[in-house]
Design a protein around this ligand. Sequence first.
Ligand SMILES: [Fe+2]
Ligand SMILES: [Fe+2]
Length: 285
Amino acid sequence: MAAAHPIVVRRPELAFEEIPRHWYAGDPFATHFLNALSSVFPDGEAFFVKSVLEQRERIHDPELLAAIRAFAGQEGQHSHQHDRHVKMLLDQGYPAIATRNKLLRKMTLWSIAKAPHFSLAATAALEHLTALLARRLLSEPERWTGPMAPAMQPLWLWHALEEAEHKAVAFDVLRQVAPSHALRSWALVTNTISLFLEVLDRTVYMLWKDGLLFRRRTWSSAWHFLFKKGGFLRGLGPDYMDWYRRDFHPNQQDDLALIAEWRERLADRIGPFAGQVSPTGAIAS
Ligand SMILES: [Fe+2]
Ligand SMILES: [Fe+2]
C-alpha cells in the first residue's frame, strides 16, 4: 500500500537557546523522560536508515524506492537535530548520555551485520511506536507541547509530522523482504521493552545527576505524566495492539487529516526551510 501523500524532506532551522534545565513545565521527570527519548534518536534513527538501505537492492518498485530515499532524508535530519539536543544535554552536565550512545551505536551496527531481517523488523516496529507518539502529539498539541519551553516545541512537532508521513516505509520494505508475522510480532514485543528500559535508564541517570532521583515528588509526577488518566502513555493500547493483527498495515490508522493540518500549521513555525520542501525522494538543499 503506497503512501497517499508525498513524503517531504525538510531542513528546519531550530534554535536550542534559552532552554531551561527543566524545560517541560519545570517538571524534572517529564523533562528528563523526553530528554532521554530525544537522546536515543540520533543513533536510533541512523540504525533505522541503515537497516532499510541494507535491503534496497531487493526492492524494485520505483514508488517504494523513492519513499525509501525520502525516509532516509527525513530520518537523517531528525538524527542531526536531536544530536544538537544531545549536545545541549552534554553541556548541561550529563556525560554518560554520550557513553550510552556509543554503546547503542555498537549494538545497532552489530545487529544489522548479524541479523539484518530482525533489524529491519525492529525498525518497522519502532516506527509503529513513533507513529503512535506522533499521533498523540499532533492530536493534542496544547496538552503535550503546551508545557514545553517555546524553543523546544517545533522540534517535537516537526519530528511528529514527519514520523506520521513516513510511518509505512519500513513496514512496506519488511513486507517485501521478510513478511513473517511472527518476526514482526516478536520485534515489537522486544523493542517495546528495550526502548522503555533504555529511556527509563537515561531518565533515572539524569534525575540522579540533578539530585532529584530519591524525592517522592519526582515519582508521583512520573505516575501523573505517564500513566494516570490522561497520561502520555495512557490509551495507546488499541492502536499499539493493531500491529499484532495479521492483516495490519500502518496506513489503516488514518493520519492524513493530521498531516495536512500540521503541514500548514508548521510552515511558519519551524523557520524558513532551507530549500523549502522537496518532492518525494529528493532532499531539499
Ligand atoms: Fe525520526
Ligand atoms: Fe521514523
